[in-house]
Design a protein around this ligand. Structure first.
Ligand code: ATP
Length: 371
């Protein structure tokens, strides 16, 4: 397996720039997810790494070797597409073994590799069945199996679960991650689904308009979004934003909302902006009669273990995740407090975070005796 390194990678299609100056390293054995809305440049980046698209500029290294101008067939990368094409006239065994036949591998070795891989994917019982009658999940496993038998240096997966229904999808998310844990292959995985990304990734790059807005561990991205775009894209419901009244005085540690002052975490950079936005996750809002904010209940969405309550605060609608057993009436005014150690503060003009959750709040020490 191998490290993948991308340096100043750029791709233009005519006048249009699909990927702008991407830089990242995927460590050997990591599961790396490129996440972002449709058209943000995920697939184009993946295709450049795989050798299916030539970059306009920049470099791609695979296992330390500069492969920027190598053909796809010389990169030792396996690609799994969303619309995978299995050979309909071959059974599962032949489909899986086909890449090895093409490599000229001896038949006994092909048999051994295919059976080993099929056991890993739990499809050994259907090896001699035709692929045409298989259910979606099994077809996807066969497609994965065909990629895995080759034991390539890295896997590229482009929305491989996109065509599955949600139940199968959840199952395959778990299976893919388990599979990754057992084979430890460097994987680049493209999706627009943040839940898939959070559930599987060791590292995530959140892309927007061809730019990587943030690269990091899932928890880091969730807790400390680098931009308002990331804060909004990750999380369900997404982060709430409240406009700050006035700026942030030099050295000040709190900001003003319409009727309250709220303490903010330490600034990352001293860059007082014209318009500041306070970012708060729904689960960091609490009902508190003595709290600094007032909110009018607009509606509730019962989710079983929790409820999402929409509140009008300072002319803005915010969503709070509260315990399911709290009874609230529409139109009722409630007091609210915030987990101030976990707030973010953004410069609304650039969208960049100026302050975000405190270290000790994000990585709280374990309490209790465990066990
Ligand atoms: P999706 O999930 O919708 O494919 P994506 O993030 O993977 O989104 P890309 O497929 O990488 O996005 O496309 C990025 C942008 O580049 C899009 O605006 C797309 O229309 C454009 N693009 C991609 N390939 C080409 C091409 N061959 N010629 C012209 N424009 C292209």
């Amino acid at each position: 397996m191998a490290e993948i390194r991308v340096e100043a990678l750029k791709k233009n299609f005519g006048e249009f720039t699909a990927v702008k100056d991407s830089n990242f390293t995927v460590a050997d054995g990591e599961f790396f997810v490129m996440l972002g809305p449709s058209g943000c440049g995920k697939t184009t980046t993946l295709r450049m790494i795989a050798g299916l698209e030539l970059p306009t500029s920049g470099r791609i290294f695979l296992g330390g070797e500069d492969v920027t101008f190598n053909r796809a067939s010389h990169r030792d990368i396996a690609f799994v597409f969303q619309l995978f094409a299995l050979y309909p006239h071959m059974n599962v065994r032949k489909n899986m073994g086909f890449p090895l036949v093409c490599q000229g591998m001896p038949r006994a070795e092909i048999r051994q590799r295919v059976e080993e891989t099929a056991r890993l994917l739990r499809i050994d019982h259907i090896l001699d069945k035709p692929v045409s009658g298989l259910a979606g999940g099994d077809r996807q496993r066969v497609a994965l199996g065909r990629a895995i038998v080759r034991r390539p240096m890295a896997f590229m997966m482009d929305e491989p679960l996109g065509t599955l229904d949600s139940e199968f999808r959840d199952l395959m998310v778990r299976e893919l991650r388990e599979l990754h844990n057992s084979i430890g292959a460097t994987t680049v995985y493209v999706t627009h689904d943040q839940l898939e990304a959070m559930a599987m990734a060791d590292k995530i790059a959140v892309m927007n308009h061809g730019v990587i807005e943030q690269f990091g561990h899932p928890q880091e991205i969730y807790d400390r979004p680098a931009t308002m775009f990331v804060a909004d894209f990750i999380g369900s419901p997404p982060m709430n934003f409240l406009t700050v009244a006035g700026g942030l005085a030099p050295g000040a540690r709190d900001v003003g909302l319409k009727e309250a002052r709220i303490e903010v975490p330490e600034l990352r950079e001293a860059a007082p902006a014209e318009t500041l936005m306070l970012g708060l996750r729904p689960e960091h809002i609490r009902l508190d009669d003595a709290g600094p904010l007032r909110g009018e209940v607009f509606g509730t969405e019962y989710l079983g273990t929790t409820q999402i309550v929409t509140l009008n605060v300072d002319d803005t609608q915010v969503k709070a995740r509260l315990a399911a057993d709290v009874r609230l009436r529409e139109g009722e005014t409630v007091g609210l407090s915030l987990d101030t150690a976990r707030l973010s503060l953004f410069d609304a003009a650039s969208g960049r975070a100026l302050a975000s959750a405190r270290d000790d709040a994000v990585h709280a020490p374990r309490t209790g005796t465990g066990g």
